[in-house]
Design a protein around this ligand. Structure first.
Ligand SMILES: [Zn+2]
Length: 224
């Protein structure tokens, strides 16, 4: 599987399926909250901000944005892992720790914070669902997954909008398809070449709560 801002793409060399991410929808509520906060933080409205109604509306919008992401992450991770179990596949994803860290260095506004939340939560939930359903989960090195040719490992070139072409072997595909194929290739290498080889689910970065589900460390804060 591969995650970007607009889609989660799942697949391998035989099939491919895309789920839309709710980042745009969550962003809408986050902007509503931020605009309200901005409006009422001017001196003129000092008294207003102390009013419960306004504060409650602001935190309601922030909570709504977080909920949209959380709900989607739970449902989507469940669908992906159940599908993997049905077809006896392992779930391979990029190890996004580095990406999350680099995103965290950017100014934490608007979309960036929603992306951080989404990437982090989808990784945690995929691992948790894999553990629950007995599906092997593999995190692979994310380096150049969407630029290297999955056939011959040459650097691919842009050939139109989100389309890449390999100058050496002529392989051409959508950027997301290239990523999927590279992730599949790396996962197979890590697993010793067979999808049927089970490896222990990687649960190390999941912090389980009482029910064993990944906790939401951001609940109750405004910082998304
Ligand atoms: Zn090639």
């Amino acid at each position: 599987m591969d995650v970007n801002e607009k889609h989660i793409v799942i697949g391998n060399s035989k099939f491919e399926y895309r789920f839309k991410t709710p980042i745009e929808r969550a962003l809408h509520y986050k902007l509503l909250a931020e605009n309200l906060q901005k409006k009422y933080s001017s001196m003129r409205y000092d008294a207003w901000l102390r009013r419960r109604g306004v504060r409650r509306r602001i935190s309601h919008y922030y909570a709504k944005a977080r909920c949209i992401i959380e709900d989607w992450v739970k449902k989507t991770s469940h669908r992906i892992v159940v599908l993997a179990r049905q077809h006896q596949y392992a779930v391979a994803r990029e190890d996004l720790t580095g990406l999350v860290e680099s995103l965290m260095k950017l100014p934490r506004e608007h979309k960036v914070s929603l992306l951080i939340l989404s990437y982090r939560r989808i990784s945690e939930w995929i691992d948790w669902q894999c553990g629950k359903h007995g599906v092997p989960s593999i995190a692979v090195d994310p380096m150049d997954t969407s630029t290297k040719c999955p056939r011959c490992s040459s650097k691919m070139r842009e050939n139109g909008y989100r389309v890449l072409k390999c100058p050496r072997c002529g392989f051409e595909a959508d950027r997301d398809t290239v990523a999927i194929l590279n992730i599949e290739k790396r996962a197979l290498t890590q697993m010793g070449g067979s999808l049927a080889t089970p490896t222990a689910p990687q649960m190390t970065d999941v912090d389980p709560n009482r029910c064993g589900e990944p906790m939401n460390p951001l609940r109750g804060t405004h910082a998304l």
